[in-house]
Design a protein around this ligand. Structure first.
Ligand code: GLV
Ligand code: MN
Ligand code: MN
Length: 384
């Protein structure tokens, strides 16, 4: 078995569930197991492990945060029933690329906390805290679906910005590609689409499904349903992406008109003006429909991430080092996008043959993962 195959097999069962895919939410048992595995891998390589008080974990070859170090890595957490590659591939590849580097090269490997926002709602929470783009107080108060706060899960109020990030020479994150755009084994990222999450609470009047006349109802499900269709239509019209993949209904009973429907709009576009127009249009239509039904709408922007253009000379340098690897944008969010405002940042993508991601069907071939490790080693060697 290849070195990649052996290391991959060690983590593959962690958090895999019978219904399909992975449940590896931040700071829950499977993700904590992966953190222990990370510490063991660092130990095997005589790397020093540090934590930053924000839930992020690091392994260092050389002095932690020494100026000029190149940081690499990714995240362990998954979306609910997600694939195994989104995140962990970047960490496994980092350890294997480190093994191929001359011993004097200073690198750090990061495992960032809550990249997916799958538990506490705000994606890239660890890297946002580290760079100061969310306050420790706001992060501390975020709750998971069981009402457990991030503070409680972490065991402390997060410590906030880590200024030493700007001393790093670069951050390079390897990640499985999440669409069908990459046809070569390895590519380099150019940009991340601006994107965000908006919680939409449609409130109405709960009542009996069998006795309430149709004309007397204030059913919030109607405005929700209208909004799902409006989001789809507006996204297609503007060449953007809009998804409503999460919904909670109160009381969630077959024979009761709902009193509350909470739904999350995930919207993304190639530029900020298009994204703003899309979100405004969806919220306007949702509000109009709610008004017609005698229901109400409250919208909360849970996270909004601006357009990211990665360091252009660095991307071109990496593409050149990799024999002219394609340079392509992505609609997926990454810690690399958050870090890019603080340190020269680049991403390597490993081909995804079907393009499927955030799903149990997410897959990359072992041969492409090996090519990714070679590419990361080449890049780290050149940058250190
Ligand atoms: C993270 O993978 C995201 O783009 O939502
Ligand atoms: Mn993801
Ligand atoms: Mn990811």
């Amino acid at each position: 078995m290849s070195e990649f195959g052996k290391l991959w097999a060690e983590i593959a069962p962690v958090g895999r569930v019978a219904g399909g895919g992975y449940l590896r939410f931040a700071l829950t048992e499977p993700e904590l197991t992966l953190r222990d595995w990370f510490r063991a891998q660092a130990g095997r390589r005589d790397m020093t492990v540090t934590e930053d008080g924000n839930g992020n974990l690091f392994a260092w070859r050389g002095e932690p945060w020494a100026p000029g170090t190149v940081l690499t890595g990714s995240h362990f957490d998954s979306v609910p029933h997600g694939g195994g590659y989104d995140g962990p591939l970047g960490i496994v590849s980092a350890f294997l690329a480190a093994d191929r580097l001359p011993a004097d090269r200073r690198i750090g490997i990061a495992a960032f906390a809550e990249e997916e926002g799958g538990r506490f709602g705000v994606p890239c929470l660890g890297s946002r805290l580290l760079t100061g783009s969310i306050t420790p107080e706001k992060a501390a108060a975020l709750q998971d679906r069981d009402g457990i706060t991030f503070r409680a899960a972490l065991g402390a109020v997060p410590s906030g910005p880590v200024g030493t990030i700007s001393r790093m020479a670069a951050y390079v994150e390897l990640h499985i590609e999440q669409g069908r755009a990459l046809t070569a084994p390895v590519g380099v990222a150019s940009a991340i689409w601006p994107h965000g999450r908006w919680r939409m609470d449609f409130a109405g009047a709960g009542d009996h499904a069998g006795t309430t006349r149709m004309t007397d109802r204030h059913d919030p499900m109607l405005a929700f349903a209208h909004t799902v269709l409006a989001a789809n239509r507006e996204a297609i019209r503007s060449g953007a992406h809009a998804t409503m993949g999460r919904v909670q209904v109160e009381p969630n009973a077959t024979n009761a008109i709902p009193s509350l429907v909470s739904a999350w709009l995930d919207a993304r576009a190639a530029d900020t003006a298009t994204l703003d127009r899309l979100v405004d249009a969806v919220i306007r239509e949702a509000g109009e429909r709610a008004g017609r039904d005698g229901t109400s709408l409250a919208v909360t922007a849970e996270s909004v991430t601006g357009e990211v253009t990665f360091d252009v000379p660095l991307a071109e340098q990496l593409s050149g080092l990799l024999g002219g690897a394609p340079i392509l944008p992505t609609g997926a969010g990454h810690d690399a996008g958050v870090l890019s405002g603080h340190v020269p940042t680049a991403m390597l993508f490993v081909r995804n043959p079907t393009g499927v991601s955030h799903s149990p069907a997410e897959h990359a071939t072992d041969a492409d993962c090996e090519a990714g490790i070679d590419a990361l080693a080449t890049v780290l060697e050149a940058l250190t």
